[in-house]
Design a protein around this ligand. Sequence first.
Ligand code: UD1
Ligand code: UDP
Length: 402
Amino acid sequence: MSPNVITTPVRAMLVLGTRPEAIKLAPVARAMAASPLFDPVVVTTGQHREMLHQMLDLLQVEVRVELDVMRERQELSTLTARLVDGLGEVVRQERPDVVVVQGDTTSALTGALAAFYEHIPVAHVEAGLRTGVLDNPFPEELNRRLIGRMARWHFAPTPRAAGHLTAEGVPDAEVFVTGNTVIDNLLWVLDQDAGTDLFRTDLRRVLVTLHRRENQGEKMRAMGRALRQLADRGDVELVLPLHKSPAVREALLPELSEHPHIRVVEPLGYADFSATLAGCDLVLTDSGGIQEEAPSLGKPALVLRTTTERPEAVEAGAARLVGTEPQAILDAAVRLLDDEAEYERMATAGNPFGDGHATDRIVAQLAEDFGADADAVPVAGRCSADGVIVPQPDGPGSYSTA
Ligand code: UD1
Ligand code: UDP
C-alpha cells in the first residue's frame, strides 16, 4: 500500500460553542461524517445553550461530547477559564489528530488553546478576518488574532482575509482561500424548503438583529429608538428575532414593545431564519454571519457597527457600514426604502463570500495533508478568481465610519 493512503480515519475534533459556529461548522461535520477518511468528534461547549441546541437537529450534526458551561450573564474571564479547563480534558480523552475551530468566539479561542497545550494541530475555519481595531468587535478581534498565532491550517474565506494572514507572517503554504462555509450551509438549508417566513404583511419588510457586546447599554437603547422611528413611517414591517442575551433584551425590549409594525420574536431556527431573510426587503444588523448571507440572497444590508471585518460586502456594494448613531441608521434605512435606484444597485451587487464549496476545499485539504490518496479526495484545490470570489486588494485593512 502506498504511504499516501490514510489507513485509519483522521480523527477531527470540531468545537462548536455558539449559534454561528454551529451554522458554519455543520457542513464540515456533515462532510466528514459522510467520508471514510474522517472520524469527526463534534464537541459542543454549551457557551450558548438554547441558541446552539435549536440548531443541531436541523443541521444534522451528531454531537459526540457535550460540555455545559453557560451561565446567565457570563463574564468573559470565567467563561474562558471554564472552557479551557473543560476542553483540555476533552482533548486529552479524545486524542484527536486535529482540532477544528471556527471564527472568533471564546469557544474557538479556548478550543485552539486546549489543542495547542496538548500539541494537537489546529485548523482555523474563517481565518484572517480583521478590522484592525483590537477592541472592536470586542473581544472577537483579539480572539481571531490569537487563534491565528496557533493554527497550522488557516482557511480564509476571501483573498483579502488571506492577505491579512500573510501580512502577519503566516507562511503562504498554510493559508487556503476557500470561501465561507456559511454560504454552503445557507444553500443547503434553502434547498430543503423547510422554513417559514415570519413577515405577515405586504409592507416593506425589514429584518433586524442586534447583539454585539460593544453596542450594549445606552447605545443599543438608542438604536432601538431609531428602529421604532423607522416603524412609525407606517409603511414598513420590522421583524426582530431577539438574541437570548439578557443585556440585549434589557436594552431593546422597552424600546420596541407594543408597536403595530414591530414583531419581536425569540431566536429563530435556521430554516425559519433563512426563509425570513429570503423574504425580506432589507436587513439591519450587527451580525457577522448575516453580513455574509444577505448578499447571497440579494438583500441589501445596513451594518449597524462602526467597523467591519467583512469589507468585501461593502466594497462590492451589497452592504453599507452605517455606524451606531440613531439618526445615521434612520437616514440610511429611509434612503434605501425611498430610492429605488440605490436599492437596486445594492440588491444586485452580488456575493463576495463564496460559491458554496468552501467545505469541499477544507475537507480535501485536510485529507491531503493527513496523507489521503489524491483519488480518494473528492474536490481539491483553492478557490480561483472565477468571478464568484472576487479578489480584493492585498494587505490589512478595515472600514471605519470614524
Ligand atoms: C458570542 C460571541 C460572538 C457571537 C455571538 C453569537 C464571544 C466572545 N462572542 O457573543 O462573537 O457573535 O456569541 O450570537 O464568544 N445566552 C442565553 N442563551 C443562549 C445564548 C446566550 O441565555 O442560548 C446568554 C448567556 O448566558 C450570556 C449572554 O446570553 O450571558 C451572551 O452570550 P455570550 O456567549 O456570552 O455571547 P456574546 O459574548 O455576546
Ligand atoms: N440566525 C438564526 N436565527 C436567528 C438569528 C440569526 O439562525 O434568529 C443565524 C444567521 O442566519 C447567521 C447566524 O445566526 O447565520 C448569525 O449569528 P449571530 O448574529 O448570533 O452571530 P455572528 O454571526 O455575529 O457571530
